[in-house]
Design a protein around this ligand. Sequence first.
Ligand code: SF4
Length: 304
Amino acid sequence: MKVGIPRALLYFKNEKFWTTLFKEMGIEYILSPETNKEIINDGANLAIDETCLPTKILLGSINWLIDKCDYIFIPRIAYAHGQQMCTKFLAQTDLVYNTFRDRNPKLLFYDIDNKKVTAERKAILKMGKFLHIPKNHVKLAYILAKQTQLYYEMFRCESQENVVKNSNKNKILIVAHAYNIKDKYVGEPIIEAVKNLNCEPIIAEYFNAEQCIQASRNVSKTLPWGYNRHLVGAIEMYKDNIDGIILLTTFPCGPDSMVNDMIIRKYKNIPIITLTVDTQDGTAGMQTRLESFVDIINFKKGNL
Ligand code: SF4
């Protein structure tokens, strides 16, 4: 049996967890390719216009995978870190099934539908049962997979904190969801552009999620979406160590449009630029805007 994992959305939050889990359970998997224009166009053709770009990338990635594997892996996750998720993550299993219903897709998923810390483990055990894998085998695979993801995130966070402490360059915090900043088409060109302007890109997503979510309570008591809390909390924690903020979002994202507006009103003393990536233009034309943004930072610091 071969499982297809779309390189989109939650994959970028769980890549080490998922790939270790399948490896340890003895299940073969394939990943869809890095996002490219063909995947975007396929996703856009399959989705309705109002769908956000990351969901279009998901659909395009599944379109690539669907004839190459036995099951498409597409979990339904309502809560992460005890926080509510954007509705897209609750709907994605049904969305995928209905979009591809003419091709009779076989979906593999786990379902997290409550806030309890044990919910994920229970959901994975249930998926293991569906796959006829012995319970103890799944339990062990789950522990190893969680540890692998945890160490990966800890190492990433520590490395970045060292950069924040020690770099003399302008430090630009890029505030973007994991599936945007780590995507080849969406986030990578922005990271490269920041580096080419001799600045240090600092990725909000790479800071510790629990600590950031806690810090986000200084900014808003009511903000509903956990992933946005993570990003807002990163700004709150590192606001005195950064020189500017890029709000990198994808069109049309409801949560980001509200939260980014709040960020702009709250952090008035930090230069902020909003960059929106869409299906048609990608990151074209953003270089000039970033150059002007870095000029503003240098002017503010008296270096221009
Ligand atoms: S938060 Fe925005 S970009 Fe992410 S899945 Fe929801 S609508 Fe799409």
